[in-house]
Structure formats: C-alpha cells, structure tokens
Design a protein around this ligand. Structure first.
Ligand code: HMG
Ligand code: MG
Length: 308
C-alpha cells in the first residue's frame, strides 16, 4: 500500500500531556497552549477531560478551559467523557467531540475507570446516544491495544472486541492506543491489519506513547497499513496516571518532522510548534523531550546569534 498524501495530527498535549503533571498547571497556561496550537494549524485539539477530579485532579478545570479558549473555525475541540455526568459537562462546554475511553485489558479498565470492559461499554451507551442526539462527534479510545502494564500481552482478539463494541455505539473515529509504549512495528501492523477488517481504515487513528522509543517506528508501520490519523503531544508531554512508568505521547514536533520528510501534508507549521514546545516546557518547568524540537530550537538560536 502506498503512503497517504495527507494525515490528520490530533494534538493531545493539553489533555494527555498535562493530565499527569503533579503541580496544578494554571488554567490560563492551558488556555494559552490550546490557543497557540490551534493557531499553528491543528484541525483537532484534545483540550480537556470531564472526569472525576478525585481521579485526575489536573483536569478539574475543564469547564473553565473550554470557556476561555478562542474557537478557531474548523478546529475540533475534543474532551474525555467517562460517563453521563462527563457528557453533560462536555455539552455545556460546547465541545465538538467527546471521547469515550475503554481498554482492551480488563485489569487496566479496572484501574483507569473502576469497572470491567463490559460495564464500561454499558456506561458509554447512553453517553454515545446523547452525543448523537446533540450532534456531537464521538471518538472511542482503546487503551492497552499493544500491551498492558498489569496483564502484559493483549491478544488482538481483545482489541477487535472493543473496536466492534465502539463501532456499534456509533463512534466516528477509533483510536488504537499503545498506552505504555511497548508496541513494536510488527505488532502494530498486525493489529491495524486486523482492525481495518472491522472498522474503516480512514477513521482509525494511532495513539502511541513513546516509553520504549518505538513510537515513530510504529507510526511508520501504521502509515504502511494506510492509517491517516495520528495523535501526538507537543514537547512529548505526558504519562498516564494509571500506567506507572509510562512516558508521554510521541512528540508532535518529531511526528511533523517525519511527515515533512515523507512529503505527507499535515497543514501544521512545524516552526510554530517548536516554539510552543519551548513555551509549555518552560511554563511548567519540565524538560522538552522532543528530539526534533530541541534540535530545531538550538539551530534557530545559533542562527540568531550568528546574525547579530
Ligand atoms: P468511580 O469512583 O467508580 O465512580 O469513578 P463514582 O460514580 O463513585 O464517582 C466518584 C466521584 O467522582 C463522585 O464524587 C462522583 O460524583 C464524581 P463524590 O460523590 O465522591 O464526591 N464523578 C465525577 N465528577 C466530575 N465529572 C465526572 C464524574 N464522574 C463521577 N464525569 C470514574 C469512575 C469513571 C468517574 C473515574 O474512574 C474516572 O473519572 N476516571 C477517569 C480516569 C482518567 O481520566 N484517566 C486518564 C484518561 S484515559 C487515558 O489517558 C488513555 C488514553 O490517552 C489512551 C491511551 O493512551 O491508552 C485516552
Ligand atoms: Mg494516552
């Protein structure tokens, strides 16, 4: 299969990236981050979560974040909704897309959302129905699709099972998520090969954490399977509160550098994203882990010094 000519990059830094920060990130910083990202050309930004603040305190200000941001026409602002209460918050906050998040591993489902996979699907059913009724897009995220921190290996059949259940709920898009970044390209291709048999390829996305340094290779493997949507987090922000030791998502700057090199259109300005990566890393006092981001910043600074 030939590589796609264009891809959609979903920026998940404001949610997946920041949710794991110990110190509360001020609402104004979250708002500035999202505004700068949409100005850089992202068509889809995962902006907040409407989850229990007892479970993820960092996301407690989702409503204020959504009220404070400037909505860029054509940009989809997504929020996580684990239950109807979350959905009501998302609706009031005028989210464009809700994300229901389940897992392909029973153990992770219990740790992350305190219920079994089957119970989670029951809980998501009224959420999905309400989203349809109000004309909101629905995305389903399948955690641990390439491995689980508690259970280890996850059979492809378990991934397929959740994908089919999400499809039956009417999901517009489904994420295949490597929550702990253990996947390798061979497994990535096997999983996407199977999943594309049961859900349209063009509505599947790859959500790769980079714990084992495999995320870019996995993205390339997914491109070879015809996948056209990828999630990334500026400066490589993140980790998962319920997957100890897992690092952030693959850095957006690195993904854009890869896509630019492959001649694949993203519609996003890499130079602007490099600046945003620098901004948010400084704002929260965290090391920027984007390789391309750091290299391009160093290059820009040395060129600026040479010019004066
Ligand atoms: P629970 O404790 O079983 O449920 O949590 P509960 O109904 O007893 O609720 C507990 C408390 O939270 C109650 O408050 C509720 O009112 C409140 P209390 O009565 O004790 O004062 N509550 C809420 N508050 C605000 N908004 C809500 C809400 N719901 C309940 N929506 C629950 C079950 C699902 C709520 C909980 O487990 C939860 O919120 N989990 C979220 C975990 C999470 O956000 N994890 C990170 C995101 S997933 C992820 O990162 C993976 C992903 O990136 C893909 C990948 O990489 O794999 C997407
Ligand atoms: Mg994630």
């Amino acid at each position: 299969m030939s590589l796609p000519q264009q891809v959609k990059i979903v920026e998940v830094g404001p949610r997946d990236g920041l949710q794991n920060e110990k110190e509360f990130v001020p609402t104004a910083t979250k708002i500035e981050l999202i505004n700068r990202l949409s100005a850089a050309g992202f068509r889809n930004v995962e902006a907040a979560s409407f989850v229990s603040p007892k479970w993820v305190p960092q996301m407690a200000d989702g409503a204020d974040v959504m009220t404070g941001i400037e909505r860029r026409a054509g940009t989809i602002y997504s929020v996580l909704t684990p239950n109807l209460r979350g959905f009501e918050g998302a609706l009031a906050a005028r989210a464009d897309e809700i994300v229901i998040f389940g897992a392909a591993s029973e153990a992770f489902s219990q740790k992350n959302i305190n219920c079994s996979i089957a119970e989670s699907i029951e809980r998501f059913a009224p959420v999905a129905a309400a989203a349809k009724q109000h004309g909101l897009r629905i995305r389903g995220s399948v955690s641990c699709a390439l491995g689980c921190p508690y259970q280890g290996e996850v059979p492809v059949a378990s991934v397929l099972d959740v994908v089919k259940r999400f499809a039956a709920l009417g999901c517009d898009e489904i994420d295949i998520a490597d929550t702990i970044g253990v996947g390798t390209p061979k497994r990535t291709r096997e999983v996407f090969e199977a999943v594309t048999e049961v859900f349209p390829r063009e509505h599947l996305s790859g959500h790769f954490h980079d714990t084992y340094g495999q995320a870019l290779a996995n993205i390339y493997a997914a491109l070879l399977e015809g996948i056209e949507i990828f999630h990334a987090s500026v400066a490589g922000l993140g980790g998962c509160p319920y997957a100890k030791g897992a690092t952030g998502n693959v850095a957006t700057e690195d993904v854009l550098y890869l896509m630019n090199g492959l001649g694949i259109e993203t519609g996003i300005d890499l130079a602007q994203v490099v600046e945003i990566g620098d901004f948010i890393s400084n704002a929260i006092g965290r090391a920027n882990v984007s390789r391309a981001g750091k290299a391009l910043l160093a290059k820009a600074r040395s060129e600026a010094n040479t010019c004066v």
